[in-house]
Design a binder for this molecule. Structure first.
Ligand code: ZN
Ligand code: ZN
Ligand code: ZN
Length: 145
C-alpha cells in the first residue's frame, strides 16, 4: 500500500508513515521524515522564542554574544539557589522536566527576567558555582594593565 505525503508530496510506502496516537490509529497524512522535520522545526521555534525572551529578543549569550542556537541555554542567575527558588531543579537527561519548564515559562509569559538569562554552554560552564567567566576576567585583565 502506498500513500502520498501531504507535505513533501512524495508517494511512499505506508510503512514510511506514522500512525496517529489518537484512538482511531489513522495513518498520518505526512511521512515520518516530514513529521520529524516539522517536530524539529517547532522545537527550534519554541526554543528561539524562549531564549529570545530572556536575551532582549536577540537570542545571544549574555557574556560573549554567541548566537548559535544549539550552544545557548537558559541560565539561572545565582545558580542553584535561584533554580530551587523557582522550582526549576532539573536532573540531567530529564528531558520531560526541561520541557515542562519551557512550557510553564511560555504560558506564564516568560516571567523572572531578572533571574534568568541566556548563556552559551561555555560561559555557563565557566560560571557555575558563582565563578566569573574567563571572558570577563580577560576584560578586567586588560583594563588593569
Ligand atoms: Zn513527506
Ligand atoms: Zn558565551
Ligand atoms: Zn563568557
Amino acid at each position: 500500500m502506498k500513500k502520498k505525503c501531504s507535505v513533501c508530496c512524495k508517494v511512499k510506502s505506508i510503512k514510511e508513515f506514522g500512525v496517529s496516537h489518537r484512538r482511531d490509529k489513522a495513518i498520518s497524512s505526512n511521512c515520518l521524515k516530514c513529521y520529524r522535520n516539522r517536530a524539529r522545526k517547532s522545537r527550534q521555534a519554541s526554543r528561539r522564542r524562549l531564549l529570545g525572551a530572556y536575551s532582549k529578543g536577540k537570542c545571544i549569550c549574555a557574556c560573549c554574544g554567541e548566537s548559535i542556537l544549539e550552544f545557548l541555554i537558559l541560565d539561572h542567575i545565582g545558580g542553584n539557589k535561584t533554580r530551587v527558588a523557582l522550582g526549576h531543579q532539573i536532573r540531567h537527561k530529564d528531558g520531560e522536566k526541561k520541557f515542562r519548564i519551557t512550557r510553564e515559562l511560555r504560558i506564564a509569559g516568560y516571567p523572572h527576567k531578572d533571574k534568568l538569562r541566556v548563556l552559551c554552554a561555555n560561559c555557563n560552564m565557566a560560571t557555575t558555582n558563582g565563578r566569573i567567566c574567563p571572558h570577563k576576567c580577560k576584560v578586567q585583565h586588560i583594563e588593569e594593565t
